[in-house]
Design a protein around this ligand. Structure first.
Ligand SMILES: Cc1cc2nc3c(=O)[nH]c(=O)nc-3n(C[C@H](O)[C@H](O)[C@H](O)COP(=O)(O)OP(=O)(O)OC[C@H]3O[C@@H](n4cnc5c(N)ncnc54)[C@H](O)[C@@H]3O)c2cc1C
Length: 299
């Protein structure tokens, strides 16, 4: 069996073998990754990708792990974490952030500088990278509403490209990066508006309060498990199918918010997948609506 770690030994990239993926997902679920890589800048990220590609090592890029379900069997390749690549710069009402920047870091910078437009993201526990892939959104706004341009690395051509807002192909929880997994997002520039600081604080407080009241933040979870089907709300469909509190193993349909699957303790990825299937089947039988998973399964 080949020693994966050895392949990256000519670089200064931080590595960990047999890395416990449950530590890296807000679901607290997952087996071992053969190798975890922690590049500290873009240059190291590009090197990690290039070495992986050239040696046919399977790899996945992970931000904060708040929208992924890692398999119980782990991952037979390299998981590349972006959290150390997190530079942010401010220029008037423009903020440029690297992929591993936490959304809360940007919303806090915006608040400090009386810039409005990013309040929606304050409570989303992800990185810019994850948010761009999913076009993360809340409270009537999303990444598509603020993005001006982005940079990405094309792993087919090994070139860095710059795209305008229109070229992102943003849609509900969807973007160019979600469709084409050979593109690795690097950084984005967003445009916000000068506004009254007090009003920004008010919006953030209101959103935080609403999250605290409606989301099961006391249990490990990955946010809304399903996308919102056209014309419906996934949580309402699940609730109307009497699935609140339904559980398989340690995985349960949250009693607080039916759109969330929570880990009540010791849940496996298999428990979550079986529960997800049961929800999908029941909702389809009862309402004739097909639910689509928002959370990405990494196996
Ligand atoms: C309590 C809670 C509340 C949440 N609320 C919301 C909400 O209100 N709105 C919302 O939209 N989401 C919400 N989420 C889901 C999640 O936080 C967001 O989707 C977030 O943007 C994911 O970011 P991440 O860094 O954790 O991504 P990860 O989970 O690390 O990755 C998600 C996907 O993006 C890919 N990816 C990450 N970085 C890159 C990159 N640089 N290049 C290519 N692919 C990449 C990964 O491979 C994976 O497929 C919530 C989650 C939790 C746990």
């Amino acid at each position: 069996m080949r020693d994966l770690s050895e392949l990256y030994s000519s670089t200064s990239i931080e590595k960990k073998e047999s890395f416990d993926l449950s530590r890296a997902s807000t679901f607290r679920i997952g087996g071992l990754a053969k190798l975890a890589l922690f590049p500290k800048n873009e240059e190291e990220l590009l090197k990690a990708i290039r070495i992986s590609k050239e040696n046919e090592v399977r790899f996945e890029i992970i931000g904060n792990g708040s929208n992924v379900l890692f398999a119980d069997e782990g991952f037979d390749g390299a998981i590349i974490f972006t959290n150390k690549i997190n530079n942010v710069t401010l220029d008037d009402c423009y903020i440029t952030a690297q992929t591993g920047t936490k959304l809360v870091k940007i919303s806090s910078l915006a608040l400090e500088n009386s810039l409005s437009g990013f309040e929606f993201a304050h409570g989303i526990p992800g990185t810019v990278g994850g948010a761009m892939i999913m076009n993360a959104g809340a409270y009537g706004s999303d990444m598509a509403s603020v993005v001006v341009s982005s940079r990405y690395y094309d792993t087919k051509t090994y070139k860095i490209e710059v795209i305008s807002r229109e070229e992102h192909k943003f849609a509900y929880r969807d973007s160019l990066f979600a469709c084409d997994r050979s593109l690795v997002f690097l950084s984005t520039t967003i445009r916000l508006q000068h506004a009254d600081k007090y009003e920004i604080v008010e919006k953030i407080s209101k959103n935080t309060e609403s999250r605290r009241n409606s989301q099961p933040l006391e249990y490990p979870n990955c946010g809304s498990f399903f996308k919102r089907p056209d014309g419906y709300f996934a949580a309402k469909l699940i609730d109307d199918a009497n699935l609140k509190g339904y559980s398989i193993g340690g995985a349960e349909v949250s009693t607080k918010h039916a759109g969330f699957i929570v880990n009540k303790g010791g849940a496996t990825a298999n428990d979550v997948l079986l529960l997800s299937k049961h929800i999908e089947d029941t909702v389809y039988q009862k309402h004739g609506v097909k639910l689509e998973r928002e959370v990405k399964y990494i196996f």
